[in-house]
Design a protein around this ligand. Structure first.
Ligand SMILES: *Cc1c(COP(=O)(O)O)cnc(C)c1O
Length: 409
């Protein structure tokens, strides 16, 4: 295999023969796009009129005062259309699909956020759209399934295997292999076979390039540290790319520590002892797996961080030591969510609250006039049931039961 698409020893494209031609086509079109300055302009213009770009940078005065420094600056990806950074990637891929002359997209989704973003993009571009989802997730994520359908997508319930994300991935790949001429596979994070990690990071780099300009404009210097949560790694790579060349800026990625790294119930591939290097789902990276290469169950209060692999690009920076990785537990994350709501009037997604938890934990080690940049990858409205449950709010259970009774009466 050619060595393009490798980051150190990580990455590559371990794919069935049948998909080689279509991935080569994608690589070729993406290669042209990267060299074409009018493309990035068109992308920026689309994102500034259809989503909320550039997203603001918020100085969090109250949190800064609460912790007695450092100065907290929050990059507001929660203000994007559909509520998270995910739209940056799918809209970029929409433009790529147009260039390739294809008319249909497929994707898989676990928590449903990527499915909603993809269905949104397909509606806007006028593409046909099919979303694969495990049966267990279809039941858990009923509101997202409803919106995907209203947005015009066909949601296919996958009943094979354990009926979760990995089974949906298999079905989406099968669809793609059958319909390659018309269909593009919209991957949701900076993982999978080449060129997906590079392409997804490229679109998400809009976060870091804006944030860099914004912080230089507001503070007059670079931040001391940048924090982001890490699921597949796309929002983290998005913001980090603005600062990778500045060795004085410390980059910190925060994984899902779940119930603790020793509990076996977490999704920490890089920090815990349960992650090791392997090849799966078309690429080489750190996976949560046992000694026989069997994938382990992941767990996190934040569904979007619940993933067995991690971007090969992040694995490479981990090995080089350029990015430091930490893990935050569910309890720390809920506490960070509570504090951010009360102090700043911002409801963070539970995923994004991992970045907040990471910085809150370390704030006492920093100097009071240090500057910290935090990527708030999404908003927490979607997490209402999880947060209410975790905070012990029983009234929600009554609300749901009462509604069910009202409708069945
Ligand atoms: C999906 C999601 C994530 C995790 O994805 P990355 O690729 O790691 O960024 C993080 N935050 C939010 C709000 C998400 O919806």
């Amino acid at each position: 295999m050619e060595r393009s698409g490798y980051y150190g020893q990580f990455g590559g494209a371990f794919i069935p023969e049948i998909l080689v031609a279509t991935l080569e086509q994608l690589q070729a079109v993406f290669g042209q796009i990267k060299k074409d300055p009018t493309f990035w302009k068109a992308y920026q213009s689309l994102m500034s009129t259809y989503s909320c770009r550039p997203t603001p940078l918020t100085y969090s005065e109250n949190l800064t005062r609460h912790f007695k420094g450092p100065h907290f600056y929050i990059k507001r990806e929660d203000l994007n259309h559909t509520g998270a950074h995910k739209l940056n990637n799918v809209m970029g891929q929409g433009l790529v699909v147009q260039r390739m002359g294809k008319t249909r997209v497929v994707a898989e989704t676990g928590a449903g956020q990527h499915g909603v973003a993809t269905a949104t993009m397909a509606a806007k571009f006028g593409f046909e759209c099919t979303i694969y989802m495990g049966e267990v997730d279809v039941v858990r994520q009923r509101p997202n399934v409803f919106w995907m359908e209203q947005l015009g997508a066909t949601v296919v319930t996958v009943k094979d295997g354990s009926r979760i994300l990995k089974d949906a991935i298999n079905e989406a790949l099968r669809d793609w292999a059958t319909n390659m001429d018309s269909t593009h596979y919209v991957l949701g994070t900076a993982c999978g076979p080449h060129p997906y990690p590079e392409m997804v990071s490229y679109f998400q780099s809009i976060i870091g390039s804006e944030a860099r300009d914004q912080i230089l404009g507001k503070v007059g210097r670079l931040p001391n540290r940048v924090y982001a949560c890490v699921g597949g790694g796309s929002n983290a790579l998005g913001i980090f790319q603005g600062f990778l060349g500045d060795s004085e800026v410390e980059l910190v990625g925060v994984e899902a520590g779940g119930e603790g790294l020793k509990s076996g119930k977490h999704a920490s591939r890089l920090v815990s002892q349960d992650g090791s290097i392997g090849v799966a789902q078309g690429y080489k990276t750190y996976f949560l797996q046992n000694d026989d290469g069997q994938m382990l169950e992941t767990h996190s209060v934040a569904a979007g961080l619940d993933y067995i692999g991690v971007s090969p690009i992040l694995s490479a920076y981990h090995e080089q030591g350029r990015i430091r990785f930490e893990a935050a537990t569910n309890d720390e994350v809920l506490e960070a969510t509570r504090l951010t709501m009360k102090k700043e009037g911002i409801i963070p997604a539970l995923e994004s609250a991992h970045a907040l938890a990471g910085v809150f934990r370390e704030s006492s080690q920093m100097s009071t006039d240090d500057v910290v940049l935090i990527n708030l990858s999404g908003r927490g409205d979607k997490d209402i049931f999880t947060i209410a449950d975790a905070l012990g709010d029983e009234s929600w259970k009554r609300f749901i039961v009462n509604r069910a009774e009202a409708y069945s009466a």
